[in-house]
Design a protein around this ligand. Structure first.
Ligand code: FAD
Length: 401
C-alpha cells in the first residue's frame, strides 16, 4: 500500500483525494485544518457555487508562467468537470457567459456529493488537523501535524492561497513548501473590489450596469473587461471590476478606470440627438432615461456638467457630445483594491518553475505534488478558479501515473 497524504480539504484537495483513491494501491489521508472540509467552497458564487465555466481555456489564466496551467486544463476540461459531477448525481445549469451552477442553486449540493464520494472511496478525513511542517524522509515525507506525525509515500499540498481569509485563506502552504526549496512570487489580492475616488460610486451605491471597462495608467491601456459593474460605497465591484483587480493591485499609483455603458458599436451622440428631437420638452435629467439605470443616467448628466432642468431641446451639439463622452468614458481615479480578506483569489503563489506541468510533481522533491490556488496561477471571474482547482487536483491526484 502507498500512503498518500493530502494537505488541504478545499476544492483541489478534495478532487486530488478522490482521484488518488481510484487506485486501490493507495491509502488516502486528507488533512484539513478547519473543523470541516470545503468551507470556502460553500461561500463560492454567493453561496451558489459557480463550479466551472464551459468556455474556460488557458487564455483565462494568469501567472508568471501562465502556460504552465495548460496541460492540467487540457487533460481535465469543463466538460470533464461536468461529467465528473453529473456522475456523482449533481444536476447543473449553465447560465449567462458559460457559468455553471448546481440546479439546486446551493453550494451545499456540490460539497454534499463530494463528501459522499470521499466516504464511498474510503478516504480518511482528519479535520481540525493542521500540517505544521514537512520533512523529507527516505523516499517519502513526514508531515508534522497537531495530532502527531504522519508518514507519506506521496504528498499533495493543496492548502489554497491567502485570499478569503475569513473562510480559511492562510499562508500555510507557502510556509510549508519554503524549507523544501519551493519559493513563492509576490502575492496580490485578485477578483476583489477596486477602490476609487468615492464621490460618484457612493452616490450610485447599489446600481449595477453592463459596461466595457478599461484600466489605464497615464493614458496607457493596462487591461479591459466586459460585464456587470456594481457601484459601492468605496468604488466598484462586480465581474467587470473583479477581472481588472489583479492589474489594479499590481500597478500602483496614477491608475484610472473608464466605463463605457453603451453596447459595442452604439453611436452615443446619434442616440442623444434622437432623444433631443423626440422629447425636446423633457428636462436634461431625463437625457438617458430608457437607455441606462435612472440613477446612473442622472449622475451622468451631472458628470457632463449639464443643468438638470434645462429642456432637452435647448442642449447644443457640443453639450450632447459631452454627455455622449460621459456615458462612453465615465472615468474614476483608482486609489487601490480591497485586501485579501475580501478577495476571491490570490494572484501569485508558489513558483510554477519548480513543478512539472504534465504531472504537478516537484522537479527536485520526488513524490511531492502541489495543486490549486497555492500555485502561481489565477483565473478570471466566472467559474475559472474552481475549474483550475478541479483540473489541477485531478492531475496531482494521478500522482505522476
Ligand atoms: C468568497 C469567494 C467566492 C468565490 N467564488 C468562486 C466561484 O463562484 N467560482 C470560482 O471558480 N471560484 C470562486 N472562488 C475562488 C475559489 O473558491 C478558489 O480559487 C478555490 O477554492 C481554490 O481551491 P483550493 O483547493 O486551491 O483552495 P481552498 O479552497 O482555499 O482550500 C484549501 C484548504 O486547505 C486548508 N488548509 C490550509 N492550510 C492547511 C494546513 N496547514 N493543514 C491542513 N489544512 C490546511 C484550508 O483550511 C482550506 O480548506 C471564490 C472565492 C471566495 C473567497
Amino acid at each position: 500500500m502507498n500512503q498518500v497524504v493530502i494537505i488541504g480539504g478545499g476544492a483541489s484537495g478534495l478532487m486530488a483525494a478522490l482521484t488518488a483513491a481510484e487506485n486501490p494501491e493507495n491509502r488516502v489521508i486528507l488533512l484539513e485544518r478547519q473543523q470541516r472540509i470545503g468551507r470556502k467552497l460553500l461561500a463560492t458564487g454567493n453561496g451558489r457555487c459557480n463550479l466551472t465555466n464551459t468556455g474556460a481555456s488557458p487564455a483565462n489564466y494568469h501567472g508568471e508562467q501562465a502556460a504552465f496551467a495548460a496541460p492540467a486544463l487540457e487533460k481535465f476540461t469543463p466538460r470533464d468537470t461536468l461529467d465528473f459531477f453529473h456522475g456523482l448525481g449533481l444536476l447543473t445549469v449553465e447560465e449567462y457567459g458559460g457559468r455553471v451552477y448546481p440546479l439546486s442553486n446551493s453550494a451545499n449540493s456540490v460539497l454534499d456529493v463530494l463528501r459522499f464520494a470521499l466516504e464511498k472511496a474510503g478516504v480518511e478525513l482528519r479535520c481540525a488537523c493542521s500540517a505544521r511542517q514537512i520533512m523529507r524522509q527516505g523516499a517519502g515525507y513526514s508531515v508534522q501535524t497537531d495530532a502527531g506525525t504522519l508518514e507519506a509515500d506521496r504528498l499533495i499540498v493543496a492548502c489554497g492561497g491567502a485570499a478569503g481569509a475569513k473562510l480559511g485563506g492562510v499562508m500555510d502552504g507557502y510556509e510549508l513548501l519554503k524549507p523544501l526549496g519551493h519559493k513563492r512570487t509576490a502575492l496580490r489580492p485578485s477578483l476583489t473590489q477596486i477602490l476609487t475616488e468615492p464621490d460618484y460610486p457612493r452616490a450610485l451605491k447599489g446600481v449595477r450596469a453592463q459596461a466595457h471597462v478599461r484600466l489605464t495608467a497615464r493614458e496607457e491601456l493596462l487591461g479591459e473587461s466586459r460585464g456587470e459593474l456594481q457601484f459601492t460605497e468605496t468604488g466598484v465591484s462586480g465581474p467587470a471590476a473583479f477581472d481588472l483587480s489583479r492589474l489594479a493591485a499590481a500597478n500602483g499609483d496614477g491608475l484610472r478606470l473608464h466605463a463605457d455603458f453603451l453596447p459595442d458599436g452604439a453611436d452615443a451622440f446619434a442616440l442623444l440627438c434622437a432623444r433631443r428631437e423626440t422629447f425636446p420638452d423633457q428636462p436634461a435629467s431625463e437625457l438617458f432615461t430608457g437607455m441606462l439605470h435612472n440613477r446612473l443616467g442622472r449622475m451622468l448628466v451631472k458628470y457632463a456638467a449639464l443643468e438638470a432642468n434645462r429642456p432637452l431641446g435647448s442642449l447644443s451639439d457640443k453639450e450632447l457630445r459631452r454627455a455622449a463622452r460621459a456615458c462612453t468614458d465615465f472615468t474614476l481615479a483608482v486609489t487601490g483594491t480591497e485586501g485579501f480578506d475580501n478577495a476571491q483569489v490570490t494572484a501569485g503563489g508558489v513558483r510554477t518553475a519548480g513543478f512539472n506541468p504534465e504531472t504537478l510533481e516537484s522537479w527536485f522533491m520526488p513524490g511531492l505534488f502541489v495543486c490549486g490556488e497555492l500555485l502561481d496561477i489565477d483565473g478570471d471571474c466566472g467559474g475559472y478558479n474552481l475549474q483550475w482547482a478541479w483540473a489541477s487536483g485531478r492531475l496531482a491526484g494521478r500522482l505522476g501515473t
